[in-house]
Design a protein around this ligand. Structure first.
Ligand SMILES: C[C@](O)(CO)[C@H](O)COP(=O)(O)OP(=O)(O)OC[C@H]1O[C@@H](n2ccc(N)nc2=O)[C@H](O)[C@@H]1O
Ligand SMILES: Nc1ncnc2c1ncn2[C@@H]1O[C@H](COP(=O)(O)OP(=O)(O)OP(=O)(O)O)[C@@H](O)[C@H]1O
Length: 303
């Protein structure tokens, strides 16, 4: 296993923590510990949070800015840095600034992506030399969505999201709408009406799905989130009514809903049309789908 390669990881520079969307998400079973077994396709977007790191001489890990609703000690950013210290015996410290742009409880993996950027960046800045596989395993203890951000590629995922195979996806642009509500992931997975027995598919089934206008499978979490959160249901209806032939789907456990287009202009036009109809508190952004995490140089996923 080679040391992780990353580009432009420097002290004092803003580093990206991109959003992810789940192109489809099937719940295929449940583990003895209650966690659900999934099959999903992760895609990164060129829109996300940003983090900046400054060294500290006293060995402490400190978040410099407030994040509304997230106390410093609970922040996945701070927890990731302290975990890395514990795992490696590292005595170096760090100040971390977080520029939150992604909605929390949005299904875009914001907190997980922040944590992954911390793991990748501090592995480099503290010169720990951990492999990508080791960082993925450490990340998994913070959350099921962390490993894919460390993996650094669009991926077909199984297990709880830790068994990953890289995917090559057609270029696509997305309008993502955040309907002003935060959806707690555990509430969706705990719902008695959740479909938990979708038939398992293979990566080849997904990869064979040829059209940009059609998305493979479905999101099994969507009916539950739409029932529990009327804002999610409203966002799906609004997008579906205006998106023409584009596929409209919820990401992760919600609340965000996306429409996929081949052409970024089409996504921008939809944003323009919808912005006038959005209730106060809703937000939307247009982003290009990425196949590679913006922190990584082109390198095979196993490196
Ligand atoms: C819905 C997804 O975003 C899809 O990418 C992820 O599966 C969720 O990943 P995450 O937000 O990192 O979730 P975690 O913080 O690991 O888990 C939060 C809670 O959701 C439930 N949970 C999560 C993932 C999973 N595969 N099965 C579950 O049942 C568990 O109750 C868990 O305690
Ligand atoms: N740095 C962080 N950024 C966002 N949320 C954080 C962070 N640290 C801890 N959290 C907690 O994690 C919760 C879920 O955050 P996150 O934005 O990652 O959820 P999500 O977008 O639904 O992600 P997922 O797709 O993984 O379910 C938040 O409500 C917050 O309480």
């Amino acid at each position: 296993m080679s040391a992780l390669q990353a580009v432009a990881v420097e002290w004092g520079v803003w580093l990206p923590a991109p959003a992810k969307i789940n192109l489809f998400l099937h719940v295929v079973g449940r583990r003895a510990d209650g966690y659900h077994l999934l099959q999903t396709a992760f895609r990164f977007l060129d829109h996300g949070d940003r983090l900046r790191f400054t060294p500290r001489a006293d060995g402490r890990v400190h978040r410099l800015n407030d994040v509304p609703g997230v106390p410093e000690d609970d922040d996945l950013v701070v927890r990731a840095a302290r975990l890395l210290q514990r795992e490696t015996g590292c005595t170096q410290g760090v100040d971390i600034e977080v520029d939150k742009r992604l909605p929390m409880g949005g299904g875009l993996g914001g907190g997980s992506s922040d944590a992954a950027t911390v793991l990748i960046a501090l592995n480099r800045l503290w010169q720990l030399g951990l492999s990508r596989e080791r960082l993925q395993a450490i990340g998994l203890t913070l959350g099921a969505d962390v490993p894919v951000f460390v993996f650094g590629r669009s991926a077909f995922a199984e297990g709880v999201g830790e068994r990953l195979q890289p995917l090559q996806l057609p270029p696509a642009a997305y309008l993502v709408v955040a309907p002003g509500v935060s959806v707690p992931t555990p509430r969706i997975f705990a719902d008695p009406d959740l479909t938990r027995d979708t038939e398992a598919c293979k990566i080849a089934d997904f990869a064979a799905s040829p059209s940009i206008d059609r998305l493979f499978g479905r999101n099994d979490l969507q009916p539950v989130a739409a029932r529990l959160y009327p804002e999610v249901s409203q966002a799906i209806s609004l997008l579906a009514a205006e998106a023409g032939a584009a596929v409209v789907r919820m990401s992760g456990s919600g609340a965000c809903v996306f429409a996929q287009y081949a052409d970024i202009e089409a996504a921008r036009q939809l944003q323009h049309r919808l912005a006038a109809q959005w209730p106060a508190g809703w937000q939307g952004f247009v982003a290009q789908g990425l196949d590679e995490h913006p922190l990584f140089r082109s390198s095979p996923a196993g490196e």
